[in-house]
Every structure is written in C-alpha cells, then in structure tokens.
Design a protein around this ligand. Structure first.
Ligand code: FES
Length: 67
C-alpha cells in the first residue's frame, strides 16, 4: 500500500491523499493539516495550487484520461 495516492478526477482536480508535502513555486512548504488535498489542473483556480471549484464554471474538460 503506497503512502501517497494521486487520483485524477474527471473534469476536475488531482486528489492527493496520504502523507505528502505541498511546496510553492519557490520551494516553500505550504502548511496543511489535511490528509487529502485537491490540486488544480485546469489553471483557473484563484487559490493555486489548490482547487477552488472554478473548473466547473470554466467547463474544464480532460481530453486525456489517466489510463
Ligand atoms: S481543477 Fe478545480 S479550479 Fe482548477
């Protein structure tokens, strides 16, 4: 069983669960107490790197699904 799981959600973010660290563009750790986070992959979130639900209003579509 892996310590960390990354799941691609259809027309949505990456769901990251388990033991992980999130770092910003400068390599600084973004503190979170959560064991699950949702990372934006549509590029429209105003709370990057986290998903804020904007993918729904921009009708983000995942042309390539994880296989
Ligand atoms: S994937 Fe949700 S706001 Fe980008």
């Amino acid at each position: 069983m892996p310590d960390t799981t990354i799941e691609t959600l259809p027309k949505g973010p990456y769901k990251v669960s388990g033991v992980f660290e999130v770092k910003d563009k400068d390599g600084e750790t973004i503190t979170t107490e959560k064991k699950t986070v949702f990372l934006c992959r549509c590029g429209a979130s105003k709370d990057k790197p986290f998903c804020d639900g904007t993918h729904k209003s921009v009708e983000f579509d995942t042309a390539v699904e994880a296989a």
